[in-house]
Design a protein around this ligand. Sequence first.
Ligand code: AMP
Length: 642
Amino acid sequence: MVSGMHERSHPDAEVIVGIDLGTTNSLVAIYDKQGLRVLSEQGQSPLLPSVVRYAPDGRVESVGDEARARSVEFPERTISSIKRLMGRSRKDCESDLGFLSYEIVEGEHATARVRLGSDDQIVSPQEVSAEILRALRARAEGALGISIEKAVVTVPAYFDDAQRQATRDAGRLAGLDVVRIVNEPTAAALAYGIGLVQRKAETLAVFDLGGGTFDISILKVTPDDSDDDDATDFFQVLATAGDTHLGGDDVDRMLVAWMLEQAGIETDAADAPSLPAQTRQVLRTLAEQTKIRLSEEERVAVSLDVEFGRDRRRIDAEITRAAFDEMISAWVQRALDCCKRALRDAKLGVDQIDRVVMVGGSTRIPLVRERVAAFFETEPYTALDPDQVVALGAAVQASILAGGDAREMLLLDVLPLSLGIETVGGAVAKLIMRNSTVPARATDMFSTSIDGQTSIKLHVLQGEREMASDCRSLGEFHLRGIPPMPAGIPQLEVEFLVDANGVLTVSAHERRSGKRLRAQVIPQHGLTREEVARMERESIEHARDDMQQHRIVDLVTNAKLDLKWIGEGLERVGAELPEDVRAKLETLCTQLRNMITQAEQDWRTVDANALHALKEDLDRASMPLHELRIAASLRDEPPRKS
Ligand code: AMP
């Protein structure tokens, strides 16, 4: 049992796992009777690289370590950093285009999609993420020996509505009910809070710098040490800020540009698709290794041959920690600028922050630690494993929701970005301000502008800017079913509700008639309900296909053993068989051999039931041979000594 918790037993608790779906790595954790822990396969690291490789026919070939290890071999089919594309438009991802080795194309509603090889092999970021979730689910099921259907999944605090919806859809595609979406820094605070030895009220800053995103959250933790049965520890988020495009990947990109410069190749080329995908992948891998080594070493030598068009260039260079620090200084500053904003929103000074908790792999960079220490005027807390803390926190939240051991903790999170609607002239009227505690609710009144109008359209936006064009469009809500009345007479009351996941729903009714209106959402960068349903169907069909393939492979393996055994038998005792039995056996063997060849060329052309039936026929027809062989081996066996 982790210290600081009230020990109770809750036999009725359901099983909900916590999942950190990361840009670089993902993890699954649980908090049950055996304690709070990340799950892994026997003797393996709990980190599952968030990398998926597809086969040339578009099927998933590998997820995790193997996919990452061989990413240089199959750059166009190996999908990494997919989190950067979740709920985004193709245009949003422009800055990532040259950096990623795979192709990003535009799907319906301008969404970003991944093109695997040909136009009929296009997958959504949700589908790729679902593969990672599926692998984590299988891992949890293997470790716990039970079926897992529910999960709490974390997202960067700064994820907007479309990105959250996309995460939930990915869960659904993986057969997981995402019962709660929790902000990563908040999850980290929960994991930190649960391990608190000294239970005192604290104001925490969680500084979370990962592979792709940066989040800062300011929280107030109030432990409740009363003896009441319903004593509850409070975790209240006061403010959050961040940048969904700030992370370790940016540093890798800077190092790639530096390496190319050393090779005498124009630095812009780091993003230029003129570099072969394989070269880009090699450079990226080397850049990351160099960065990680620079967290420990004062200087790192880099040597590599780069293919550039038809040219080959050699890189032979060395980078010192000081030069690296200078390179990334502005990047660290961007994170600190977000911290300033979060403090301002929380109306706190740096001196009021008791502790800064460091989360995310990029907080291992010494300059990040130094500058954070200088900014907050306190040494950051680095005792938690930055790789695991988010998943552990998600498991704590899962346990709270499941009615498990952590149920006496209450988490009050906030909405990261203001919500508003577009008004005349393209301005934005804010309805729910950023950093409002969720669930949050707002209502507004609207009317019609034309006589007899029966529907109106609301454009919902998320962001802090004043003009709609500078905010993020969440989609258009079409309110239908307004009773026909003269212009301006209907009184439409529209309710905007942000749930505990930070996800928005809109409902409306006309006050005079009391009629409820249907609010149909046209998501901007997400998947429509129909698309999710279609993908779900397809994934079930794939699962069916996968099972079919598995069955055929098993049948072929067994049939080959049968053929081998019958072949040997015919050689040894075949002459003793009646002619018709022997002829039938030989015909069946030939038929089975042909079917095996066909299955090995393309398993889809073979009917598993027919293969099974043929194998059974052969089994039956080989009985006499079987008997003869047993008799022969008894004859041949040397007499036993008594
Ligand atoms: P996360 O998203 O929290 O898994 O963080 C992953 C990021 O942390 C990637 O960009 C990694 O390259 C980076 N990272 C991991 N270990 C280190 C290290 N020792 N030094 C610098 N960056 C690291």
